[in-house]
Design a protein. Structure first.
Length: 83
């Protein structure tokens, strides 16, 4: 089952603030995750969000099973991601 990837405005702004090489790695990892999200994503305890690890960066998303969408919420360095 392939999920459609939907980027929020916040996620797009986060990507614009990151170095180009990191952005490319994040996009490649998200594209890989859309075909099998459970292989790449980890559920956050007590939240609806899932996280995707890309080196020292974390991409947070929600999975909409009905619409088959992977909604990317935001991306940050791991030192700031859990504040």
């Amino acid at each position: 089952m392939v999920f459609e990837v939907v980027w929020t405005e916040t996620a797009k702004q986060d990507l614009n603030s990151l170095p180009r090489d990191i952005v490319i790695r994040i996009i490649k990892k998200v594209e890989a995750a859309k075909s099998n999200p459970y292989r790449f994503l980890s559920k956050l305890v007590g939240k609806r969000e899932w996280k995707l690890r890309v080196g020292n960066y974390r991409v947070f998303c929600e999975i909409d099973y009905e619409k088959k969408q992977l909604k990317i919420l935001h991306a940050e360095h791991r030192s700031k991601a859990y504040d």
